[in-house]
Design a protein around this ligand. Structure first.
Ligand SMILES: Nc1ncnc2c1ncn2[C@@H]1O[C@H](COP(=O)(O)OP(=O)(O)OP(=O)(O)O)[C@@H](O)[C@H]1O
Ligand SMILES: [Mg+2]
Length: 271
C-alpha cells in the first residue's frame, strides 16, 4: 500500500523519519534503532558505518520491507512505503550464492524469483558477465571461484533485478585489501554506468569515504545517527586520493567519531 507524500521536488529515492525498532529478547524489549532519519537523493551513494550490533542490517531489512519498524516512516520514490517488498535490490551481509547453482544460475536467480522465465533470465545474466569480470566462469559453481568473483556474481544478481535503489550490506567484508580496493573502483564504475542509488553498510572508514557522497556514523545500540559527513571529494575517484589531503582529514574526523562510539559500546567493541 502506498500513499502520496507532500509534494516536494525532487522526491528522495529513500526517506526515513523517526525510525525506531525493538526486538523481543528474553522477555524484554531490545531497542535496536532509535530516531533514525535521513534522505537519499536519486543517484547518490550513501554509507552507514557503526559498531557491530547497532542495527545496520536491521535498517536495511526495514528499507527492503523484510522487517517492520516499531515506529517511524519510510518513503521510497516519494511514496509512503509499508513493508515495501520487491522495491529495492538487496545484497545481504551473509547469504551470497547458492552452492548448488552455477554462477549464471545464481546471477539469474533474482530475475527468476520475479517470474522471468529461466532461459530469459540466464540470457540477461550472460550479457553482463564480461562487465562483471565473470566471463568464462558462467558454468562454474561458487566453490570454484575466488572471493572477489563470488562477490561480483552476487552483485550481478542484485543489479540484474533492475531496481534503481541498491542496498549493499558489507559487500566486500571478506576480501583482502588489494581485491577490496579493486572491487571498490569497479563498484564506482558500475554505479555511474548503471545510475543507481546506493546505500552501503560497511565497517571500513576508508571504504565509506572513498565511495560515498555522504557518510552517516551510527551510535552503539540502539543505533542513532551521531555524525553525518558530506564527502566533498571530486569524482571520478581512484585510490591515489586516499593517501592525500583532504581524504586524510576526512578519515581522521570519522575515526575520532567512531572511537568515541566504541568507547561507549564496551560490551560489543568496534570490529
Ligand atoms: N530477528 C531478530 N530478533 C531479535 N533480535 C534481533 C533480530 N535481528 C537482529 N537482532 C538483534 O538486533 C541487534 C542489531 O542487529 P543487526 O544485525 O542489525 O546489527 P548490525 O549493526 O548489522 O551488526 P553487524 O555489524 O555485526 O552486522 C543485535 O543485537 C541483534 O542480535
Ligand atoms: Mg549487519
Amino acid at each position: 500500500m502506498s500513499t502520496a507524500r507532500e509534494p516536494e521536488s525532487p522526491p528522495s529515492k529513500v526517506a526515513l523519519q523517526g525510525i525506531r525498532k525493538e526486538f523481543a529478547y528474553k522477555g524484554r524489549r531490545l531497542p535496536v534503532l532509535d530516531s533514525v532519519g535521513f534522505d537519499v537523493q536519486e543517484g547518490e551513494f550513501v554509507s552507514i558505518i557503526g559498531p557491530s550490533g547497532c542495527g545496520k542490517s536491521t535498517l536495511l531489512n526495514i528499507i527492503a520491507g523484510l522487517e517492520e519498524p516499531t515506529e517511524g516512516s519510510l518513503w521510497l520514490n516519494g511514496n509512503l512505503a509499508h513493508r515495501p517488498l520487491g522495491q529495492v535490490g538487496y545484497m545481504h551481509q551473509k547469504d551470497l550464492l547458492l552452492p548448488w547453482r552455477s554462477v549464471l544460475d545464481n546471477a539469474a536467480l533474482g530475475l527468476e524469483v520475479q517470474g522471468v522465465p529461466r532461459a530469459q533470465a540466464r540470457a540477461r545474466a550472460l550479457a553482463l558477465t564480461e562487465r562483471f569480470g565473470l566471463k568464462g566462469f558462467e558454468r562454474e559453481y561458487p566453490f570454484a571461484l575466488s572471493g572477489g568473483m563470488r562477490q561480483r556474481a552476487a552483485f550481478l544478481r542484485s543489479v540484474l533485478t533492475g531496481k534503481d535503489i541498491l542496498l549493499l550490506d558489507e559487500p566486500f567484508g571478506a576480501l583482502d585489501a588489494l581485491t577490496r580496493a579493486q572491487m571498490q573502483e569497479w563498484l564506482l564504475e558500475l554505479w555511474s554506468a548503471f545510475k543507481k542509488t546506493i546505500l552501503l553498510v560497511t565497517h571500513d572508514v576508508e571504504e565509506a569515504l572513498f565511495l560515498s557522497d555522504r557518510v552517516h556514523v551510527f551510535t552503539a545500540r540502539p543505533g542513532r545517527i551521531s555524525l553525518t559527513m558530506e564527502v566533498g571529494l571530486p569524482r571520478p575517484r581512484n585510490h591515489d586520493l586516499v593517501t592525500r589531503e583532504p581524504f586524510i582529514s576526512y578519515k581522521a574526523q570519522l575515526l575520532t567519531a567512531i572511537r568515541q562510539e566504541s568507547l561507549s559500546a564496551q560490551e560489543e567493541p568496534w570490529r
